[in-house]
Design a protein around this ligand. Structure first.
Ligand code: DX5
Ligand code: ZN
Length: 232
């Protein structure tokens, strides 16, 4: 089984104690820390930028999984690379040359992620699949935490999971938005292996327990996926 990875999203943390919150996610057993960057144009909300990302880097040893929801990701790549990102995901709907942006991320030695909104068809992303280390399937409309998971995205998750390109370039499939233990399990059953969770984890009084529960649901889901879709 592909080892599943759980990425608490700092967007849902207490902003007056950012460093401690990053550490809470680390101590609770998170694998990556998901960092949502919003510019108020690509999405109708503003979050934070490279300086805050660099401060998070100083607060935790977790790899930073940076998700750029900005109109011109190409103009800001260098700043997030310098801030200490381990991987950077950019949206296929943003205004940039997607292939060139992915190439630059990989050339800098980082994981390159390609993100797509719930209504964006897989075909938009297909030409770039060989260049991506991760496909980020939004399971809510991007912009805000705390929204309800969109089950209709699961067919796309399954199609990415079973896509022939994945045999030569085994990219991860990340789901982001409305993820709790139940929806993480359902996504795993459709072939997702990487799970972003903001509200469900940071609102928890026992993140260690809730992360462990999520991991169990995910492992069970992935086992079902492998049995039904791959026959192992
Ligand atoms: C939404 C962001 C998500 C967000 C998820 O635009 O991309 O990463 O943090 O938050 P929850 O888990 O609360 O839906
Ligand atoms: Zn995100």
């Amino acid at each position: 089984m592909t080892p599943p990875l759980l990425a608490p999203s700092i967007l849902a943390a207490d902003y007056s104690r950012f460093g401690e919150e990053a550490l809470r996610a680390e101590r609770a057993g998170g694998d990556w820390l998901h960092v949502d960057i919003m510019d108020g144009h690509f999405v109708p909300n503003i979050s934070f930028g490279p300086e805050v990302t660099a401060a998070l880097k100083r607060s935790t040893r977790l790899p930073l999984d940076v998700h750029l929801m900005i109109v011109r990701p190409d103009l800001y790549l260098d700043r997030f690379i310098k801030a200490g990102a381990s991987r950077i995901s950019v949206h296929v709907e943003a205004s940039h040359e997607v292939a060139a942006t992915l190439r630059r991320i990989r050339e800098a030695g980082l994981g390159a992620g390609l993100a797509l909104n719930p209504k964006t068809p897989m075909e938009k992303v297909e030409p770039f699949l060989a260049q991506a280390d991760l496909v980020l399937c939004m399971t809510v409309e991007p912009g805000f935490g705390g929204q309800a998971f969109l089950h209709e995205v699961l067919d796309k998750v399954r199609a990415f999971a079973l896509h022939p390109t994945r045999r030569n370039n085994p990219y991860r499939i990340e789901v982001d938005g409305g993820i709790d233990a139940a929806t993480a399990g359902q996504s795993a059953e459709a072939g997702a292996d990487t799970f972003v969770a903001g509200t469900s984890l940071f609102a928890s009084h026992d993140m260690t327990r809730d992360l462990a529960a999520m991991r169990r649901c995910v492992e069970e889901g992935l086992r079902r996926f492998e049995k039904t879709e791959i026959g192992v």
